[in-house]
Design a protein around this ligand. Structure first.
Ligand SMILES: Cc1cc2nc3c(=O)[nH]c(=O)nc-3n(C[C@H](O)[C@H](O)[C@H](O)COP(=O)(O)OP(=O)(O)OC[C@H]3O[C@@H](n4cnc5c(N)ncnc54)[C@H](O)[C@@H]3O)c2cc1C
Length: 289
């Protein structure tokens, strides 16, 4: 496996990157860490004679909290998120999820934006961000739009990005008081066979909002609303049985595909066990807050 030759461009602004894309058209691709793009090029599955490295663009490296929303530039690496004291303080669940993505080499180079834009069905962040209600900021020239994560991920290796459009920022609502967000995964190979995230918020001792996202078992991550409704308007202290039942209901309603990770039946079983476990952990966290 050798990488075919290409010209490397290192723009310092979004405008410069967009000019390069316009100039080279289908011959060019952007990249951040290159952990996916360079691999598919080495395998001969994609060919570009021009690569545009986005890492030097300051707007894509932002990392800040504004009005209760964490804004993460698309070129921020998994390792930066997992190791940042700022993220640990503001959003420990995000740091926890990032710490379990891939291995340290991939986390050091790979970015949150690259993970979402590649849209591999086996993604920890895509599932986590769906449960957290994140939005993605995309831009092409002067046109900027904000897309909920559930609409951004369209299918395996397919996103809502249009030709020449760039993902610039991921906006994640910081957990409000009384909320918990738990992420679980199961992996036999390098990438996860199953990812589950559960967001819950309680008010006055009752669970008032629940979002359960299941990913990596089918083409795209999805919410399981049938299981979520079991965990709304329930006293936190007596939600344990509902959390277990949520796994049963989720297993009935997901639509897994069979692949190297296992059969449809096996994946339904994984969903049953891990959704129950994830919801139980979220209820536990609510009890402790
Ligand atoms: C061995 C291995 C194990 C892994 N394990 C896991 C795992 O456990 N969990 C998990 O979730 N993921 C896993 N991954 C995936 C990993 O998280 C991604 O490889 C990484 O995040 C991709 O980021 P990148 O910056 O390297 O992407 P790149 O390779 O730079 O880009 C990926 C794609 O996105 C496009 N792109 C990148 N940035 C932008 C942008 N700003 N705007 C528009 N398009 C853009 C590129 O053109 C390319 O098509 C694994 C990967 C490997 C290789």
């Amino acid at each position: 496996m050798t990488l075919p030759p290409f010209a490397l461009h290192r723009p310092h602004s979004l405008e410069e990157a967009e000019d390069l894309l316009a100039q080279h058209g289908d011959e060019a691709a952007v990249y951040c860490g290159g952990t996916e793009l360079l691999l598919v090029m080495k395998l001969g599955l994609a060919a570009y004679s021009n690569l545009v490295d986005l890492k030097g663009i300051p707007e894509l490296r932002v990392f800040e909290e504004r009005n209760g929303t964490l804004r993460v530039g698309a070129a921020v690496t998994h390792h930066e998120l997992e190791s940042s004291p700022f993220v640990h303080r503001l959003f420990p669940a995000l740091a926890e999820m990032e710490r379990r993505v891939a291995n340290v080499r991939v986390r050091s180079m790979g970015t949150l934006g690259g993970n979402l834009c590649f849209s591999d069905p086996h993604s920890d962040p895509a599932t986590f961000l769906l449960a957290s209600g994140a939005e993605l900021v995309c831009r092409r020239g002067a046109a900027e739009r904000t897309i909920p994560i559930g609409e951004f991920v369209r299918g395996p290796y397919e996103t809502a990005l249009e030709a020449g459009e760039l993902l610039t920022e991921i906006r994640i609502p910081v957990l409000p008081v009384g909320a918990a967000l738990v992420h679980e995964k199961f992996a036999m190979h390098e990438r996860p066979a199953l990812t589950v995230s559960c967001y819950m918020r309680a008010d006055d001792g009752h669970i008032v909002d629940t979002r359960i996202a299941v990913g990596s078992v089918s083409a795209t991550p999805g919410r399981v609303t049938e299981a979520e409704t079991l965990l709304v308007d329930v006293p936190v202290e007596s939600a344990a049985d509902q959390a277990l039942l949520a796994g049963e209901i989720a297993a009935e309603h997901v639509a897994p595909f069979a692949d190297l990770n296992g059969s449809v039946e096996y994946k339904r079983n994984l969903v049953r066990v891990f959704v129950s476990r994830c919801c139980t952990a979220a209820v536990e966290r609510l009890r402790r807050t």
